[in-house]
Write a new protein. Sequence first.
Lengths: 293, 292
Amino acid sequence: MNNGRATPLITSVCYVRLAVSEPSASARFVSDIFGLQRVADQDGEIAFRSDDRFRTVSLGPDSADGASVGIEAWDDAALEEIGRRLRENGFAVKEASVSDCRRRYVQSALLAEDASGNRIDLVVRPTRSGRRYFPPRDAGIVAFHGVGLRTIEPARDLAFWRALGAEVSDWVGDIAYLRIDGLHHRIALYPSQRNGLLYAAFEVEALDQIMQNSYFMQESQIRIVQGPGREPASRQMFLHVAGPDGTIFSYVNGMAEIDGKPRPARQFPLAANSLCDWGSESKDVPELRAPGG
Amino acid sequence: MKGRYDMIQLKDVSYVRLGSPDLESAESFATACLGLQIAERGRKDLYLRSDERSHTLCYSEGDPNDQTVGFEVEDEASLQEAAATLEQLGRAVHAGTTQEAEQRKVRAFIGFRDPTGNHIELVVRPERSGRRYFASRDAGITGFSHIGLNSTDPARDERFWTQVCNARVSDRIGDIPLMRVNAIHHTIALVRAPKAGIQHINHQVESSDDVLRSYYFLNARRVPIVFGPGRHPTSGARFLYFKGPDGMIFEYSVGVDEIEDEATHRPRQFGFEPTSFCMWGAKPAGMTLPNN
């Protein structure tokens, strides 16, 4: 993953910024229902914590600089290298302004777009918090885990991530699970008719919290998009919950680690039992469905 | 309990015998839904396996109110002592005939009724099978493990099971005792009910994956799920309860704690409330919680 470098170019998925039609109503979902800690309201963006980072989720109005996914780069040298590689591969990249960085709680950044038009921020020194994370309810969230992205250009988008050093861990049909650290995946690309964030996933302590949150959502009459379930490829348990403006917020736990000996990416067929080992199905999100499923 | 008597030493639960007017439905549920292996199919009996034993569940053509649970004791001498103890305490004891023992695939047995009127059998040398268990569907069953037993008076029946049969209370929910006869957290769970009967039959499965898989599997086959998927805070087990033929409730569970120190274990008291039965938030549907 280091492409011959001593250190990797990117180290984590560090935030999602969502553009929503009603930020304050959506904020109630994110804190009261989903269970993230609301920490700031700055430049029209409401920020939430899920771990020791200052914030991992922001909700803003549907404006030009609305939505993006933050990827932490190792340092400014890595950021420079990333810029060079992305331009070389024909992707649009621009330097973030001071106010762009301020809005993102980072020291420096490159603002890029993949081939589908998903905005990806490559950032250096995202802000951490000295105080520990204190959630509004006992949802058992441990950390922001990763994202699922819709892609209308799977091959080109994969080239984008490979330029950053990501590797495919496994395929389900043309869904690609991308590895950037010791875990099976932090980013998954889902072929779709449109671009955008499919889900933001938050790790919880154990199966107990996946199930507790499942019953909590049923009692709160919040729509569960899929789950409780378990991805066969990554062994990750999940509960996909319908969040603001169609974005899915997910609780996850138990993802397999991949370290040591490299192995080729495995191919699973695009079938219901490749997407869930337990038998859960998504009724109405096409990216999470198998044909005939 | 009057006078001196020898305590009956139960080793493990051995089998359940259920009457059923429709053996065909019982067989189809046991194999296609529950996932047990058919050991033997007689004209009026259906023997089912769930582990290394020759059978752990037997359906006999007859009245579904005929429900019996068998417990293993050490040897024939223990069985004779147990019969003497029960008679001393004024309980009628039926000495099993050779033919009845053959039907049960045991060396010898006695039958009696507990204070609620549940039909209990004590057995010696229940048969094991040389061939390993091979399930009819991949439910992940690892074995028959415990029963929920109806009680018209849990405090009285707790005294019977603990003071006559050497069961020990592991935990209580309200006045409902969960009792063990070996290291496993519970083998007998008393359930307050208006009359005698087996309230549920538990099989252990390999992993919580199996509990969740069966939840979706049984749901798709329209088997009524009556409680779960959930997790008992008492034993720590992840569970799923569902309804089979003649209204009998079956449970899959995994991760039942073992009592580590028999000498120092003190039963914990849980309040009689839903969270004492499920720490995930599942609510029973179509199944009454004990005490209701």
